[in-house]
Design a protein around this ligand. Structure first.
Ligand SMILES: Cc1cc2nc3c(=O)[nH]c(=O)nc-3n(C[C@H](O)[C@H](O)[C@H](O)COP(=O)(O)OP(=O)(O)OC[C@H]3O[C@@H](n4cnc5c(N)ncnc54)[C@H](O)[C@@H]3O)c2cc1C
Length: 303
C-alpha cells in the first residue's frame, strides 16, 4: 500500500474521494479491467493541479479517465493513480448560442441541454457515451458530425499545472484525434458554438439518430464502440465481415454479429480475451486484404 500517497490525499481532505484497489471493470463500458492502485474523483482544477504536482514530483504514474467508453484496462490492473474527471467535475452553462461544459459533463447531457435550449449542431453527439473531455480528445463524431465542427475553445491544464486556452485550430482536430493525443494536456472545459433552431426538431433528430444506433449497434452488450478506426477507402466492419470473422469468439469476447465493427463482452470476457481478439482480427484482415486496422480503443495497464 502506498501510504505516503494516501497520507498526501488525506492531508488535502480528499480521502472520501479516493478508492484503493478499485476494480476498473466498474469504470469502463466494456465492464472488464483489474484494479487500479488508486482511483481519485477530481472535483476542481485546483485539486487536479496539486495532485499532479505531487505525482510528478514523486515520479508516480497516472491516467486521466472520462467515462471509460473508449478504454480497455488490463486484467492485472493499473499500477498508478486513475484521476477521474466525472461527476464531481461537471457543470454546463448556456449563454446565447454557446454552451460551456466542464470535462466531466456527459456528452449526452450536453446534447440534451442543447436541444432544450433550441440549439442545433450537436445532434450527432446525443448517443455517444463519453464525457466532454473524452469527446474533445478523441474528436468524437457520428452521422457526419464531429466535435471539430462545434468546439470553439478548450481550456486545458499542462502536466506542469499551467492553464492554457486553445482555439479550434490549435486543437489540431483530425479523424478521432486531436493535439491531446500527442501533447499530454488535460481538458478542463470546452466551449461549443451552436445555431438557433427549433427545439422539437432538434430532439426529433437526436431520437432518430439514437434509434438508428439501437438498430445497427449491439448496444445490449458491453463494448467500447467501434474497435478500429475507419481505414481510408474502407469500412472496418465490412472488412472484418468479409474476412469471415462475424461472430468469431475468444473466451467471452466476440465480434458482434449485429455490427462486425464492434467487439462485445458476451459474458465474463477478460481484457486479455478482448485484446487477443483485437489483435487476431487485425492480423486476419491484414493477411486477406492488406489493409491495416488501427485500434480506436485505448489499451492501458497490465494484461
Ligand atoms: C456503445 C458505444 C458507442 C460509441 N459511439 C461512438 C461514436 O458514435 N463516435 C465516437 O467518436 N465514439 C463513439 N464511442 C467511443 C467513445 O464513447 C468516445 O470515444 C468518447 O469520446 C470517449 O469519451 P470518454 O469520456 O468515455 O473517454 P475515456 O474512454 O475515459 O478516455 C478516452 C481517452 O481520452 C482521454 N481523456 C478523457 N478525458 C480526458 C480529459 N478531461 N483530459 C484529457 N484526456 C482525457 C483518456 O485519457 C483516454 O486517452 C462509442 C462507445 C460506445 C461504448
Amino acid at each position: 500500500m502506498d501510504t505516503a500517497l494516501f497520507e498526501f490525499l488525506k492531508s488535502r481532505g480528499l480521502e472520501k474521494y479516493v478508492k484503493r484497489d478499485e476494480p476498473m471493470s466498474r469504470h469502463t463500458t466494456f465492464r472488464v479491467g483489474g484494479a487500479a492502485d488508486f482511483f481519485v474523483e477530481i472535483g476542481s482544477s485546483g485539486e487536479l493541479m496539486e495532485i499532479i504536482h505531487y505525482l510528478t514530483e514523486t515520479d508516480r504514474s497516472y491516467f486521466i479517465l472520462g467515462n471509460g467508453s473508449n478504454l480497455l484496462v488490463g486484467d492485472k490492473g493499473y499500477d498508478g493513480v486513475i484521476l477521474h474527471l466525472g461527476e464531481r467535475f461537471n457543470g454546463i452553462t448556456v449563454e446565447g448560442n454557446t454552451i460551456t461544459a466542464k470535462a466531466g459533463a456527459l456528452l449526452s447531457t450536453v446534447a440534451k441541454t442543447a436541444a432544450k435550449n433550441g440549439l442545433s449542431g450537436m445532434e450527432f453527439a446525443a448517443g455517444i457515451p463519453g464525457t466532454m473531455g473524452g469527446a474533445v480528445v478523441m474528436n468524437a463524431g457520428a452521422y457526419e458530425g464531429e466535435m471539430k465542427q462545434i468546439v470553439t475553445k478548450v481550456t486545458v491544464m499542462t502536466r506542469e499545472g499551467e492553464i492554457l486556452e486553445l482555439d479550434n485550430e490549435t486543437m489540431e482536430f483530425g479523424y478521432r484525434t486531436s493535439i491531446i493525443k500527442n501533447r499530454p494536456f488535460i481538458v478542463l472545459s470546452a466551449v461549443i458554438s451552436l445555431e438557433k433552431g427549433d427545439a422539437a426538431s432538434i430532439q426529433d433528430k437526436m431520437d432518430d439518430f439514437n434509434k438508428r444506433r439501437r438498430n445497427k449497434q449491439p448496444l445490449e452488450y458491453p463494448s467500447a464502440g467501434s474497435t478500429f478506426k475507419r481505414p481510408e477507402g474502407h469500412y472496418a466492419g465490412k472488412l472484418i465481415m468479409d474476412a469471415g470473422l462475424r461472430g468469431y469468439r475468444i473466451g467471452g469476447a466476440q465480434v458482434s454479429e449485429k455490427h462486425c465493427g464492434f467487439i462485445i463482452n458476451v459474458g465474463n470476457a477478460t481484457a486479455a480475451d478482448i485484446s487477443e481478439l483485437m489483435d487476431e482480427v487485425a492480423e486476419r484482415v491484414e493477411e486477406q486484404f492488406s489493409v491495416t486496422l488501427e485500434p480506436e480503443i485505448i489499451r492501458i495497464g497490465n494484461f
